[in-house]
Design a protein around this ligand. Sequence first.
Ligand code: ADP
Length: 475
Amino acid sequence: MKILHVSAECYPAAKVGGLADVVGAIPKYQSGSNRISEVIMPKYGTAWFHKQSFEAIYKGHFWYPGETISFSIQLLTSEDLGFNLYVVDIPGKFDRQGVYADGNGFFHDDSERWLSFQRAVLIWVFTLEETIDIIHVHDHHTGMIPFMLKQSFDFQSSHQIKTVFTIHNLAYQGAFGWDKQYLLAAFDNWKSGLLDWDQQINPIAAAIRCADAVTTVSPSYLEELKVSSYGLEWLFESEDHKCFGILNGIDYDVWNPETDQYLNHHSSGDMGTFKQKNKIDLCKNYGIDPEYCTISFIGRMVEQKGADLLAYAMHAILAERHDINFIILGTGDPYLMDQFKLLDKKYPEQTGITLAYNEKLAHQIYAASDFLIMPSRHEPCGLNQMYSMRYGTSPIVNNTGGLIDSVIHYTERNGTGIKINFLNVESIIKSIVDAIQLYGKKQKFKTTVKNCVDSNFSWESSSQKYIDIYESLIN
Ligand code: ADP
């Protein structure tokens, strides 16, 4: 069986969030004696791509009105990733300093970019001698592929290829106006209904309708989408027969406390020493006291992640208590970043705030913290809580999406973290006070940390669930 993942992100080539982690890990776990799993993504103009060498394997072109889009498909020559990585080089569209944005903000030609990428992928796939069995597309950037594969005149005859669409985050839908229909490879106009949602072309709606199977990144997220999904609820109901919720795993090779390339202190089985050494180092860097309970936040600073609520809660807690530290790593909404700058200025001895994207620091924070807080308003899966548990850090989470499926409240059997019901500033403050108390009860805290470390979030079982879906489609 040959599987091709099509994605905007793939770790370590280009990462903005969890999508990259998933696509960079899953092919390693899917490849086996009778299976090959590979990835294709755009070739960005970012540093990682400049450092690699690629072999051009295909050159092609197609037309937008008044514009010839020339592209080449290139294969990464290094085998270090553990799977074949193909990139699509489209001059003018992706050779920029970012995936979705650069120093000047978000790009404004998204539809042109993602459609050119998807068309190039399909043109190339169509020329391959060895057929692909499954094209697995991820999020809205690749959501038009199932439609074009089945309905566009150019590709219809490759309809024996089955498609799987995974929704990592439905909040981003990539919809665009019908005036841009020309971006798609030509199709019979009476098929337009498959694309339309609210009088726009909606890649998510199109993919839910046209893919042979649809998955969400956790079972609870799928249930939530049936109840609330920005108007798409009935689509999930009507396509329920082909929708599956599969909890993401994490890459145990990359996220390994014994070998993590970003850590100065590794675990040799003794979690207590591992945590202590990493915590002392990191607290020293930030000038905060490692004796106190340390709660961290890592993530995009956007409303979805509840960063605004966290800032309010921190103001309230820090005004009253001196036995707590906060470490914050994130970037995003300038207004939210200002809130954290303010906290840093007001409480320099209890806060370590880094407003940037920093992969190395993220690993160090997971290793050094006592708790990791995720007050997300919604969270399709969330990977941070899994990384933190793997590194002996107990998660404090809102009871939503994948956080429901991956964290057990500390008062329950095999409890791993603190779950917040009814998210608001007060409940976040309460969860932080509970965390400080739990930290003070040494034996109970040690058991909670052990339960975290003993949890299994490896890709083994989740990737098998995808394989079961692929096999059922092929057969
Ligand atoms: P999302 O994809 O919604 O951003 P996930 O929890 O699925 O959220 O994945 C987030 C990933 O991005 C994790 O690997 C996390 O460590 C990483 N990450 C988020 N923000 C930063 C940052 N500022 N610096 C380094 N890593 C970050």
